[in-house]
Design a binder for this molecule. Structure first.
Ligand code: UDX
Length: 436
C-alpha cells in the first residue's frame, strides 16, 4: 500500500519506518527542512533502539522516503497518518492546533478518496472535529479513523512490530478494511485488532495510560507508607503482583513517572473530564502524588546533611525520564536537580544518552562528566534518578574510593539493601529500610 505519515516526531518516524518494513511504500512529511534533508541522507533524528537498522534498510530498498510537501504526501498515500504533536495547553488540555491545521490543509489539497488516521493522542471527539474541518474545505469522499499508538520509548520498534493489540476507531467499513489489511502482518501471533467507534478508541488510549500512571502512583504511596511502618516494598510488591488480577508489571516504586505521555495524558483526561462535567478525583490525586514523589528524595538528603546543602557536591546518575532513551521531558531528575540548585548545591551529572539534552537546559549550572565513576569524584553523595543497566552492577570499591563520603540516595531501588550496606555505603532507597 502507499502510506503517508504527516509529522516525523517519535511516533511518526517509528510508524513510517515499521510500515515500510512490511513492504508498504511510505512517504514521511515534515515541515522541518533541515530534518528532512538529514533523514534523506539516512540520519535518524532520535535515539530509539533498533530504529536505525530498519531506517537504513528501508531507505535503501526505496520504500521509505521523506519530503516537506504536504501536497506530495496527500497525492502519494491511500492512507494518511497524522502523527502531529498535541502539546499540553496551559490549562492541561491537549492543544489540537497542529492536528486541525493539518486537517484544514488536507481538505484543501485532497483530490480522491483517502483514509485519514489520527495517530496522535487526542481528546475524545477529535476524530469528529478532524472530519468537520476537512469537510468544510472539500466535497471529495474521505474517512477519518482513530488509531492510537501504545509505543513505549526504548521499545517502540518492538511494540510496533509485535503489538499486544491494535485499536481502530472507525465508522466506515471501507476504511476499516483498509486498516485491517495494513495491520494484518503485525498480528500473525493472534493478537487482536479491536474495531470500535472513534470515541471509544480515543478514550482507550487515555484510559490505558492513566491507569498505568495510577498503578505506579499507588505503588509509590505504598512504598512511602512502607517506610513509615518498617515494611519492605520489594516484598509487598511481589506479594501483590503474583495475584494475576494485579500483575507483576508497573509496580516498581521510584521517584515518580515522567516522559512525554503519562504526565500529559493524565492531565488531559482530567481536563477532558472537567469539560464534560465529570470530576476525575482519582486522577487529581495521581497528579498531586506524582508531583510530590518526584521530589521525595530532597527532604531525606536535607535531613542527612542537617538542612544545609550549600556548597555540598552531588553526583547524579541518570537524567533521562527512563532508561534506553535520551528523552528528558518531565524527567524526575530535572526536579531533583532544580531543588538541589535552589539550595546552593553543586551538581555533577552523568547519563549514557541524555547529557546534551540536559546541557541545553541547564547550560553551565551543572558539571557534565562523561564517565559514571569520574562524576562521583569527591562528592558528598550520589543520587540515582534513572535505572540504566550500567548502574545496576557498579564497581562499588572504585565508586567508594572516588567519593568524599560513601552515601547513596537511590530513587530507583537498584541494589539489595544489605549488599549496599556490606559494601560500606549509607544507602537510602524508596520504600525500604535505610542502612549504613
Ligand atoms: C508510555 C506507555 O507505556 C505507552 O504505551 C504509551 O503509548 C506512551 O507512554 P513511555 O512514556 O515510553 O510509554 O514509558 P513507560 O515505560 O511506560 O514508563 C513511563 C514512566 O513510568 C517512566 O517515568 C517510568 O520510570 C515510570 N515507571 C514505569 C515507574 O515508575 N514504575 C514502573 O513500574 C513502570
Amino acid at each position: 500500500m502507499n502510506i503517508s505519515v504527516i509529522g516525523t516526531g517519535y511516533v511518526g518516524l517509528v510508524t513510517g519506518t515499521c510500515l515500510a518494513e512490511t513492504g508498504n511504500n511510505v512517504l514521511c512529511i515534515d515541515i522541518d527542512k533541515t530534518k528532512v534533508e538529514k533523514m534523506q541522507q539516512g540520519v535518524v533524528p532520535i535515539y530509539e533502539p533498533h530504529l536505525d537498522v530498519l531506517f537504513e534498510r528501508n531507505i535503501k530498498a526505496n520504500r521509505l522516503k521523506f519530503s516537506t510537501s504536504l501536497e506530495e504526501g496527500l497525492s502519494h498515500g491511500d492512507i494518511i497518518f497524522l502523527a502531529l504533536p498535541t502539546p499540553e495547553d496551559e490549562d492541561g488540555s491537549a492543544d489540537l492546533s497542529y492536528v486541525l491545521g493539518a486537517a484544514k490543509d488536507i481538505g484543501k489539497l485532497i483530490k480522491n478518496y483517502k483514509v485519514i488516521v489520527d495517530k496522535s493522542t487526542v481528546p475524545v471527539g477529535t476524530a469528529d472535529l478532524v472530519k468537520e474541518t476537512i469537510a468544510k474545505e472539500t466535497t471529495i469522499d474521505f474517512d477519518v479513523v482513530s488509531n492510537p499508538e501504545f509505543l513505549r520509548e526504548g521499545f517502540a520498534v518492538d511494540d510496533f512490530l509485535k503489538p499486544e493489540r491494535i485499536v481502530i476507531g472507525s465508522s466506515s467499513d471501507k476504511a476499516t478494511k483498509l486498516m485491517e489489511k495494513l495491520y494484518k502482518p503485525f498480528v500473525r501471533s493472534g493478537n487482536p485488532i479491536l474495531i470500535m467507534d472513534e470515541k471509544s478508541a480515543e478514550l482507550t488510549k487515555y484510559a490505558a495510560n492513566s491507569f498505568l500512571a495510577t498503578k505506579i502512583t499507588f505503588m509509590n504511596e505504598i512504598a512511602n507508607f512502607c517506610e513509615k511502618v518498617g515494611a519492605d516494598v520489594d516484598k509487598v510488591r511481589v506479594g501483590m503482583g503474583t495475584d494475576s488480577r494485579i500483575g507483576k508489571r508497573f509496580l516498581f516504586p521510584g521517584i515518580g513517572y515522567g516522559g512525554s505521555c503519562f504526565p500529559k495524558d493524565v492531565k488531559a483526561l482530567h481536563k477532558s473530564g472537567k469539560d464534560n462535567h465529570y470530576n476525575f478525583d482519582i486522577l487529581n490525586a495521581v497528579i498531586k502524588v506524582n508531583d510530590t514523589q518526584k521530589k521525595i528524595l530532597i527532604p531525606r538528603i536535607e535531613s542527612y546533611f542537617n538542612n544545609d546543602l550549600k556548597g555540598k557536591t552531588f553526583a547524579v546518575w541518570g537524567l533521562a525520564f527512563k532508561p534506553e532513551t535520551d528523552d528528558i521531558r518531565e524527567a524526575p531528575a530535572l526536579y531533583v536537580i532544580e531543588e538541589l540548585l535552589a539550595r546552593g548545591a553543586k551538581i555533577n551529572v552523568y547519563d549514557p544518552e541524555a547529557m546534551s539534552n540536559v546541557e541545553r537546559k541547564f547550560a553551565d549550572k551543572l558539571n557534565y562528566i562523561q564517565n559514571m565513576y569520574d562524576v562521583a569524584k569527591d562528592v558528598d553523595a550520589l543520587i540515582i534518578c534513572t535505572e540504566w543497566s550500567i548502574f545496576r552492577t557498579p564497581d562499588f570499591k572504585k565508586l567508594k574510593n572516588n567519593m568524599k563520603h560513601p552515601v547513596i540516595f537511590d530513587g530507583r531501588n537498584l541494589y539489595d539493601v544489605n549488599d549496599a550496606k556490606n559494601e560500606g555505603f549509607y544507602y537510602a532507597s524508596i520504600g525500604r529500610k535505610t542502612v549504613h
